[in-house]
Design a protein around this ligand. Sequence first.
Ligand SMILES: O=c1ccn([C@@H]2O[C@H](COP(=O)(O)OP(=O)(O)O[C@H]3O[C@H](CO)[C@@H](O)[C@H](O)[C@H]3O)[C@@H](O)[C@H]2O)c(=O)[nH]1
Ligand SMILES: [Mn+2]
Length: 612
Amino acid sequence: MNPIQRNTFPENLPKDETKYPEIDVFICTADPYKEPPMVVVNTALSILAYDYPTNKLSVYLSDDGGSKLTLFAFTEAAKFAKHWLPYCKKNGILVRCPEAYFRSNYTCFPNTHEIKLMYENMKSKVEQTVVSGNVYTDEKWSHIFSIWDNQFKRSDHPTVIQVLLDGTTDEDVLGHVMPKLIYVSREKREATTHKNKAGALNVLLRVSEIMTNAPIILTVDCDMYSNDPRTPLEAICYFLDSSTDHNIAYLQYPQSFHGINQDDIYGAAFKFIFEFNMTGFDGLAGPSHAGTGCFFRRRAFYGCPSSHTSEQRRSQSFLSTEVLAQAHEVARCNFEAGTKWGIELGYRYGSLVEDLYTGFRLQCQGWRWCMGCLDMAFCKYNPFNHGLKQLPLLQVMCYINYALWSIPCISVVIYSIFPQIALIRSVPIFPKVSDPWFWFYVFSFIGAYLQEFIELKLMGGTTRGWFNHQRMWIIRCLSSFTFGILKYTLTKLHISSSTFSVTSKVVDEEARKRYDQGMMEFGVESPFFYPLSMAALINLGAFIFGILHFLTYGGLQDLFVQFFLSAFGVVNSWPIYEAMFIRSDRGKMPSKITSRSIALACILYVAVTLVI
Ligand SMILES: O=c1ccn([C@@H]2O[C@H](COP(=O)(O)OP(=O)(O)O[C@H]3O[C@H](CO)[C@@H](O)[C@H](O)[C@H]3O)[C@@H](O)[C@H]2O)c(=O)[nH]1
Ligand SMILES: [Mn+2]
């Protein structure tokens, strides 16, 4: 209704940098094999190298993988940072994630080659360590790995907190103070639940409060490097500007994905969310929170805008034994028992999409700006009930749109199977072409698709990109959304439990090449493919039947809508037919899935025909 585009003018910030607020940055990682430590290190380096007073910047790494491999990678990163930071700052480098920088078309400076060599040495050292699983390190660091004894398990271990750059004695090669870098792996015990990412962030909230207590917090996923070193300066423009609302709880940067192929075959850029929905949300009560790339006011986590928390500086050095002991204490796994953490304090629990949910709850408290979605739709503080009491109606509708994101899959499943089977049985179920109601279907179909097309075009998308986007939506409905709803139902019936399964960030070079050529991957034996390939087969059968019907009896007046749906299904299923019957590369559909899908499609057909 009232989309907002914003601009900042960091050049107008006070010249006196001592007036800038301190920033605590939280990076989360959870698995050294799905999230290779080098990916995490690159993200951290892009942030350590920010153009921001280094004595005001502290980077905390939360390692839910409890991995000495990740810690080792960070000890190496701390050493490399001493060269990387001055290199970037002196030469005004824009991309400060070394991997992305060295992959780009970079300009050569006198020591570029030397730095590149250093980076590559570090990379191969870390990658070899990950493969071997054995850490060999210099004397300076070796003692910090002793905690990984035989008893130390990923799901059962004490808290580990290691200060890797302390902000005082650690200087870069030019003698400048470095930002602080702190590794935190919270205590894990098998008997306690750990609340996934929200739990990890709440531990970092408490640990950082004890150690540095910066009033501004930035949260980042481990694979989301920062692509602009001036980001924190832009962010503080909002927090320091006395003319803006003091109730700004958070400032969400859009996620932008690298490595997406030309026509985005997986519809993975989520431009709708970041370019369209966010600006619209902003015109209401503020954007939704998207998990990563978000600056928060620390006090937003502690209550309503009017409530006050301690923002005073601590007198003790953050390296003192007392401070470290306290930090260990608040990272204990049963620290939250009986407290309001996760309910009224910090990141809110109860949804696998802690980001959307926490943002929504913060806005409900009066803060401005800003299978889990279903948790959010049906929990105590759902948008319908809780939201309507606190937020404008349109804002609530935006959240309902996200909360019920997966529900349209019910109609997609129905529309991809039943009209087609009815077509094969020559049973008309939609109005004939001559019936005025036929135009209702034409209008709905064209209306929905044209709107999406225009919006994607306005965002600079290609026509193929739009086609892929709509195809992926159908694919998601027939796979992840359907399974998501099933899983949610089973969880609510206590037949199954919900878990946060971390997305793998490992790049398979062969699959990468296929992706660049625009080929989809079906190469794993995933049950997700069954509904998809069954629907593809049923649509193909119906389409062939429709053609035969037309050739034998002429006109398809009565069955036109059904024929159109199956033709549309066939066009959308093309990559699935290729994967089932034509391709021979490793990304093709496993033959077991193909044969089972054929059998299941036949069974479904017979079962439905017995009913209609
Ligand atoms: O127990 C856990 C589980 C996950 N993570 C971290 O959470 C982040 C996101 O996990 P990922 O597997 O990459 O999930 P995505 O679905 O890609 O993440 C999107 O969706 C999440 C849930 O809405 C948001 O938290 C993320 O910011 C957003 O990028 C990663 O850095 C993980 O290391 C933890 O720290 N602890
Ligand atoms: Mn992710």
